[in-house]
Ligand binder design. Structure first.
Ligand code: NAD
Length: 474
């Protein structure tokens, strides 16, 4: 080997999780090597959260034009220049890219190595033929890739995934999306708003892990906008060439759906190919690298974080993991992942945001629960903005401890943070009922839901007697 490095920490993968570990470790003055075989910034920056939110933002502007008339503002139909939408998406990536760049990380004191890492033994990683890294600790943060479903003919037709869909410079005539999870539905709505016909095919129920009554509100909104979502369908095969594609559904008398583009959004698989995990005694299962509650693999020198650890695929989850690993690796503090504290948001319109336990999860744990709701249409700001679709649903235990919250409606992704804080600090619902919330804001729906916890006590005979008693004192 031409070079042998002995840093404190070696991070494999420069996506959200890996970059967070590297930046934090470097800030503490620890020597760090960061290995990346592709683009700095990984999935989130290049083919995930950032371009999808930029495309959604373009769709939102197109949709707002159509909606403006209700406000007394006239505008013509949206004129979507798709090559310019493409440029907007890539401008946004370019604006954020410097934060994740090799130059920035070199400046932080991180040694960034371009190449594919593989384990040589339990204590050593090699990159190419030239560099050997014997680190005190390793962090695998290699992310995930689109999982392709076993659909006959898929290998014979052109198809898109989140890795290629943002390269489109022409608007699809009819986009067929297979998979109605977050990726499928977010992109379905964005493309529909930008003028494409969109059909989504889902094997079971769309957004199956979300609270059913809240997911139904998202699906209703999509249907109103003309996104066709077909649930409980089985795709038998796909065929066609160029922009003449056919998806054939199984069932009595095969039904063919014709489209110009096919997007596969059927879930993810952990990126472990080429790492030679077995050389380091690291196990993986069907979800990804097997880790304990503190994110350590079967080899105690090695952690796995983010998508590759198979415990959910969110940038903020990877960042949370990164923080835990830093505490454990640098300060030897015991850490434990708490999945109940990880919020998630589907960035459709209306947004669907959740933290903690859903009603179904709380019932499955046989907890005694109370459900609190407040609708957007009872919120003055929502009326002013004509954003009256949706509601908040809060789950508490019998004593008012907040267990979970789901918000479906405008700004849900922003509003969920209050509830994440409340749950992470173990706050009772009383705390949320008592805070002063600026009027008129959408955040008032949270307070109003919290106050309903106490509504039954308004008619409680003892409360009324106490008030009557106190009245006697003047
Ligand atoms: P997903 O697992 O959330 O949804 C995939 C859907 O595809 C499921 O509903 C599944 O039933 C369906 N499916 C699978 N095989 C099928 C088939 N052969 N035919 C029809 N339907 C089929 O996966 P995703 O939407 O690809 O997202 C991947 C991950 O990324 C998820 O964990 C998601 O939460 C995360 N993500 C999050 C966000 C966000 O936070 N806003 C955005 C995008 C992705």
């Amino acid at each position: 080997m031409a070079e042998r490095l002995q840093p404190d920490i070696c991070v494999i993968g420069a996506g959200s999780g890996g970059l967070s570990v590297a930046a934090a470790a470097a800030a503490f003055g620890v020597s760090v090597v960061l290995i990346e075989k592709d683009k700095m910034g990984g999935e989130c920056l290049n083919t995930g959260c950032v371009p999808s939110k930029a495309l959604i933002a373009a769709g939102k502007r197109a949709h707002a034009l159509a909606d403006a008339r209700a406000f007394g503002v006239s505008a013509g139909p949206a004129d979507v220049d798709f090559p310019k939408v493409h440029r907007h998406v890539h401008d946004v990536i370019a604006a954020i890219a410097p934060n994740d760049s090799k130059e920035r990380f070199n400046g932080l004191g991180v040694r960034v190595i371009a190449g594919a890492a593989r384990f040589k033994d339990r204590n050593t990683v090699v990159v190419g033929d030239g560099i050997e890294i014997a680190a005190r600790r390793f962090v695998i943060a290699t992310g995930s890739s689109p999982a392709l479903p076993p659909i006959a003919g898929l290998e014979t037709v052109p198809y898109l995934t989140n890795e290629t869909v943002f390269d489109l410079t022409a608007r699809p005539e009819h986009l067929i999306v297979i998979g109605a999870g977050a990726i499928g539905l977010e992109l379905a709505q964005a493309f529909r708003r930008l003028g494409a016909a969109v059909t989504v095919l889902e094997a079971v129920e769309p957004l199956a892990r979300e609270d059913g009554e809240c997911a139904a509100i998202v699906l209703d909104a999509l249907a109103r906008e003309g996104v066709i979502v077909r649930s409980n369908v089985a795709v038998a095969r796909v065929e066609g060439t160029g922009s003449k594609l056919k998806v054939i559904l199984a069932g009595d008398g095969e039904e063919a759906i014709e489209g110009s583009h096919l997007l596969i959004a059927t879930g993810r698989r952990a990126n472990t190919d080429g790492l030679a995990l077995e050389q380091a005694g690291i196990a993986r299962d069907r979800n990804g690298i097997v880790v304990d509650k503190g994110l350590k693999t079967a080899n105690p020198r090695v952690y796995a974080i983010g998508d590759v650890a198979g415990r959910g695929q969110f940038t903020h989850l990877a960042n949370y993991h990164a923080g835990l690993v830093i505490r454990n690796a640098l300060f030897r503090l015991p850490v434990k992942v708490n999945a109940d504290l990880v919020p998630r948001v589907t960035f459709t319109d209306p947004e669907l945001a959740h933290v903690g336990l859903t009603e179904a999860e709380a019932r499955a744990r046989k907890l005694t629960i109370r459900l609190l709701r407040w609708p957007y249409h009872e919120n003055d700001r929502a009326q002013a903005e004509r954003e009256t679709v949706g509601h908040i649903k809060v789950v508490t235990d019998g004593r008012g401890k907040i267990l979970g919250a789901t918000i479906v409606g405008a700004g849900a992704g922003e509003l969920i943070t209050t509830w994440t804080l409340a749950i992470s600090r173990g706050l009772p619902i009383r705390a949320l009922a008592g805070i002063i919330v600026p009027y008129p804001t959408l955040a008032e729906i949270g307070k109003r839901a919290a106050v309903t916890y106490f509504t039954p006590s308004l008619t409680n005979i003892w409360v009324r007697r106490i008030i009557a008693l106190l009245r006697r004192f003047g």
